[in-house]
Structures are given as structure tokens and as C-alpha cells.
Design a protein around this ligand. Sequence first.
Ligand code: C5J
Length: 222
Amino acid sequence: MIKTVHAQPFDYPFDIRHTALLIIDMQRDFVEPGGFGASLGNDVSLLQAIVPTCQRVLQAWREMGGWVVHTREAHKADLSDCPPAKLNRGSPTLRIGDVGPMGRILIRGEPGHAIIPELAPIEGELVIDKPGKGAFYATPLREALEVRQITHLIVMGVTTEVCVQTSMREANDRGYDCLLVEDGTESYFPQFKQATLEMIRAQGAIVGWTAPSEALLQALAA
Ligand code: C5J
């Protein structure tokens, strides 16, 4: 059945059977103190504010029988998938692979790698581990979407201008129609979030659509 979200820059119709809810990197390393985000000097409380909204959308999506894909950004324990350019950049308090309060920073299997409990995946949902910012780079995501005949992605998660926007651009180039939930995404830099929302929907949805969670929930309930 086709549902329509009143979105910007124009309505976004989707068929839930061919749409995945894609939740980007809602993991402890970005959202909780002591992780990768905090090691870069960021205020993680900004990101925590969207958790209740993400929970509401996730619950409604699951109740409709919709499929969910979660991503996590992290590296192998031996860092063989972490290019030196990423490892050595900047002057963080802790580098990728260093031991912090939630285990080794941005390493698969460490406590900081886990998706926050409020949004924890359940049986049947896909979890994609990605070494980069984009959800398609060096991951099996494309194949998994093709097997399920997914054509549309409804996106939430963090951070808006980094992993969320990169993933949406990758998806857009691969032919997916993407909608970003405006209050289901956040940045450590509020002005970057705002700019990203505008960039995505500019020029006739050049990257995709944006809409508040309420508009999506109304569409699901209609
Ligand atoms: C960042 C992400 N910001 N998940 N990762 O490094 O956006």
C-alpha cells in the first residue's frame, strides 16, 4: 500500500514493502560520553536529545511490519580497515583503537560499538558494520537491499552532515529515493544540521526529501 509523507520539497510517496528504515550509527561511541565523538571534543548531549523521537518512529515502523537496517561505524581490532589518513588526522584526546571508558575507541565488538539500548536491533533487522562514513562503502548493504527489492530509504541517525549525509548521497547515486527525518537526526554542530537539511532538499530534492517525524507518523497511521 502506498503511503505519502508531506515532505519538503514535495510529497514523498512510498510502499512500506519496498522501503527500509535506515538508522545510522546510533551507537554508544557517538551518543555517550567517553566515546569517539567525545574524544574529538564534541558535546554528545546534543545527540542524545533525538533518542525519544527515533524510538517513536522505530516503534511505529516495527508495528507496521517495516524492515529496519542499523549501521555502526567501526574498525577491525587490527585496524587493517582504517586508513592512516583517518587514524592520524587531528589531535583527539583518544585515537581510534586507543582504550577509553567504553573500551577501544571505534573498534568492532567493544562496548562503545554497541547501538544504544533504546534503539537496539531486534530479530530480523539487519546490522551493517561500516569502516567509513557512508553505509555503502565496503559493506554488503547494496546486495541486502536488492534481495529485499528495497527502492526507498527513510533515514535517521547521526551525525547529520557526516555519516547520514554521506550515506544518503551514496544511496541517491545508486537510485534510492531517500527521506531524512528532520528531528530524527542530529549533529554536534546545529548549523551544520540545518545546512544539510537545506542541501538535501534543494534543487528539487537533489539528494532527497526531508520531513518532521510527525509527518511520517501521520502517513504511517493513515
Ligand atoms: C562521524 C558519524 N561523525 N557517524 N561519524 O565521524 O557521523
